[in-house]
Design a protein around this ligand. Sequence first.
Ligand SMILES: [Zn+2]
Length: 149
Amino acid sequence: MVLGVAILLVIGMAAFVAAPLLAPESPGEGALPIDITPLTDLKRRRMVVYENLQDLDFEFKAGKISPEDYQALRENHLAEAAQLMLASQEQEEVTENDVLIERQVAARRAQRKQQPHDPYTCPGCGFENPLPVKFCGNCGTKLPQQAPK
Ligand SMILES: [Zn+2]
């Protein structure tokens, strides 16, 4: 009985000690810099490349590296910078497209709310028949007849 209590105490202590280590997983989202997007990461890497370029210039001027090495390393850095720049541009386009798609989806939803009983929309598959038809052009389900206007 005493042993059981002691074991419980040890388990309790262990949980108490481990709790702060496990805690950031669930509520503490702000503990980690979650605003690091692929874009900011690319920009950060570009900054590092430019810093390396400056270091390289400095070392070359200090006579620590040969002109051949300097040229080769410089070209490497510049190529990397160009690549990162390109990747950033692609990343920016992706985010722009995402925003565009989100807007289109929102507009569509708003439209659907305005006219919930579109007679040409198939109740079976959701296909929007472009013409007043009796059967869905996509799956063949019989469409509800529209009221004559
Ligand atoms: Zn259908």
